[in-house]
Design a protein around this ligand. Structure first.
Ligand code: SF4
Length: 637
């Protein structure tokens, strides 16, 4: 075993990692085979895909339990990852010219290594390209360009501009282009502030750090062989999925053909990180020193939790859940206070937030001193837990329920956030719907689980979206009623995307879009809606319902057991992630397994909308004794 790039990243997280990984010092000089290296990298890369899928879910506010990740999910994404690698190789040849070495073409990758202090450092390069200008080292990541391109700045009251300029499918930092008049677009300090974000290896700089380690290994190999003059013409790039790319739907022999799109975009775009990775070298060198110290020390004693643990991130440390973070209570921990990103300020004015609370022994929700609590919502959470009470603002729920128009269309989509677009009009990681369930409630409480339910589920991986839209519009009248969902922003976003891709259905789809209402507005709140209804700001902002079983979350997984006896544990498909896996694996299934899983997907999605019907009924029941005059009932029961 040598120290690979992936090991380097993990072993420099903290002093404890190396000893927990049970690394034996004597193995460090030994080599690692290409197969072993690729296998380890593949696991990391597939994890990144899952991470990117959920990053996008997080934008919609949909809660996903990353801890539930299983290898089957990773395997389901394998084919898509291979496609990203293949396309990156093809497009890099087009973009850079010259000759390239990459696994998809040569079944091999260019390898670099050097030894220092008895440790062998080794990396394989995703794409090694040699053209007239020099050597181009390209690291391919199945993430999108969005997070880089949206680094924008501008002068006061003027337009904002990206800090990147794209020339022939390569993005350059504007400050590094000699001809570029950067100051006319943005203050230089804002540009530098954005650029600085690439030096945060646990956030935006994650992939740049990865590339900087490769550069470190490459440069040390050349230095150790006294051929460093060759390094002058090395350039370092990240190759990522282009967030602006729109697929035209071309297929050849059942395989997608990713032509240049109507706006001239390629599926993969490149970011020149040559300058940044050079600036990174001193940090990588310091990390290499730390790594060697950790490997010599092998100290397994507990280490404070921190950003390096990657808590709740797909790229997080594998020892967090089983070992280091194990003492965090699963329910009602000090981390379960709602919207508490800024933490608490103690009597002396010192602020503690997130994992700092855990490090200092404030594990349970009630461990946080009451004198630190300033928000009404946090006090309610505490009281519900301490005195085993339920908080209900019946009046707000009652008035919220009055806003619903009938029929109520309880709608839920299952979507496939595929790294590469699959159908016409799609882009990387679009949440492409393959299933919906609809329960129609024509009058309050009048809805039959079977008779009033319509489920669409794609039978194949072919484009069945139009069929799905037609079925939706057959049963949903765009001119009446309410489009109802938990996290309705997610369902609305899918409807809007369909309206864009299928303009012939735009008018009715956008009418549905305008009728959205969120179940969370009744259980949690919607400040604007309640202020429009005449509530003062504090009450409008405070949730309508809280029970200690929610443990600081209004996800359907938490609210359902509070309001209903429905369970997911007994289902074959138990959550949205499993639904994606089953759908993604269609073509790998036997006929019998396909029939079983198809049925399981139908039942799972149906349960999602039936759960909303049950919760809505439970809320009506909760406020049924409220007088029509709207007597104020805010209470703990
Ligand atoms: S969970 Fe955190 S403290 Fe524990 S080994 Fe990993 S990085 Fe270190």
């Amino acid at each position: 075993m040598a120290i690979t790039k992936t090991n380097f990243i993990h072993f420099t997280r903290c002093p404890r990692y190396a000893s927990l990984a049970e690394l034996k010092k004597e193995r460090l000089e030994a080599d690692i085979s290409y197969k072993e290296y690729k296998q380890a990298e593949l696991q990391e890369n597939l994890s990144e895909i899952i991470g990117s899928m959920y990053e996008i879910n997080e934008e919609t506010g949909e809660e996903t339990d990353l801890v539930d990740k299983v290898n089957r999910q990773l395997e389901a994404m394998m084919d898509y990852y291979k496609l990203v690698e293949k396309e990156a190789g093809r497009i890099s040849e087009k973009t850079f010219g010259g000759k390239s070495i990459f696994a998809e073409k040569t079944k091999d990758q260019e390898c670099f290594d050097f030894s220092m202090h008895g440790i062998k450092y080794k990396c394989y390069v995703d794409i090694y390209n040699e053209n007239a200008q020099g050597i181009n080292i390209i690291e391919v990541k199945a993430t999108t360009s969005k997070k880089y391109k949206e680094l924008m700045a501008g002068h006061k009251k003027c337009d904002k501009y990206s800090i990147w300029e794209k020339i022939n499918n390569i993005n350059y930092l504007k400050g590094e282009l000699s001809h570029y008049d950067l100051e006319s677009e943005m203050p230089l300090k804002d540009y530098e502030k954005h650029k600085h974000k690439f030096f945060d290896r646990y956030r935006l700089g994650q992939y740049v750090y990865d590339l900087a380690i490769q550069r470190y290994i490459i440069e040390h190999e050349y230095k150790s062989t006294h051929t460093e003059e060759k390094l002058k013409n090395f350039h370092y790039y990240l190759g990522v999925l282009n967030a602006d790319y729109i697929f035209d739907g071309t297929y050849d022999n059942g395989n997608p053909v990713y032509n240049v799109d109507v706006n001239g975009n390629e599926l993969i775009t490149f970011f020149d990180m040559t300058q940044i990775t050079e600036e990174y070298q001193k940090f990588v060198d310091a990390d290499r020193e730390r790594l060697e110290y950790y490997l010599n020390d092998l100290d397994a004693s507990p280490y404070p939790l921190g950003e390096y643990c990657g808590f709740k991130k797909q790229s997080g440390c594998k020892f967090f859940n089983p070992i280091c973070g194990k003492r965090i209570p699963v329910k009602n921990s000090s981390l379960s206070y709602i919207h508490n990103g800024f933490g608490f300020v103690d009597e002396s004015g010192e602020r503690r937030k997130g994992l700092e609370l855990i490090n200092e022994g404030y594990l349970q929700m009630l461990d946080v001193p009451e004198t630190w609590i300033t928000k009404k919502a946090h006090l309610i959470q505490r009281n519900c837990l301490e005195f085993d009470r339920v908080y209900v603002d019946k009046e707000k729920i009652y008035n919220g329920l009055k806003q619903l128009k009938y029929p109520i269309y309880h709608l839920d989509f299952e979507t496939m956030p595929c790294p590469v677009p699959r159908f016409r009009g799609e882009w990387p990681y679009i949440q492409s719907p393959f299933e919906f369930s609809l329960h129609i409630e024509r009058e309050p409480g009048i809805c039959d689980k079977e008779k009033d339910n319509i489920v669409f589920l794609a039978k194949t991986h072919q484009d069945e979206r139009e069929e799905m839209i037609k079925l939706m519009l057959e049963y949903m009248n765009p001119d009446e009623g309410t489009l109802f969902a938990q996290n309705v922003a997610f369902e609305k976003a899918r409807i809007k995307e369909m309206a864009k891709i299928f303009p012939e259905y735009r008018v009715p789809l956008m009418k549905l879009y305008d009728r959205g209402f969120d179940l969370l507005w009744l259980v949690n709140t919607n400040s604007k809606m309640y202020m429009d209804l005449g509530y003062d700001e504090e009450r409008a902002k405070t949730f309508n319902f809280y029970d200690k079983r929610l443990s600081g979350s209004f996800s359907i997984k938490k609210t359902l057991p509070v309001f209903s006896d429905l369970k997911y544990d007994n289902l074959v498909v138990k959550n949205g992630t499993e639904a994606i896996v089953e759908y993604a694996n269609y073509e790998k299934m036997s006929k019998e397994e396909y029939a079983l899983k198809y049925q399981a997907l139908l039942i799972y999605c149906q349960q999602d909308t039936w759960a909303m019907v049950e919760i809505l009924n439970a809320l009506r029941e909760l406020v049924k004794d409220l007088s029509k005059n709207g007597e104020n009932v805010v209470m703990f029961t």
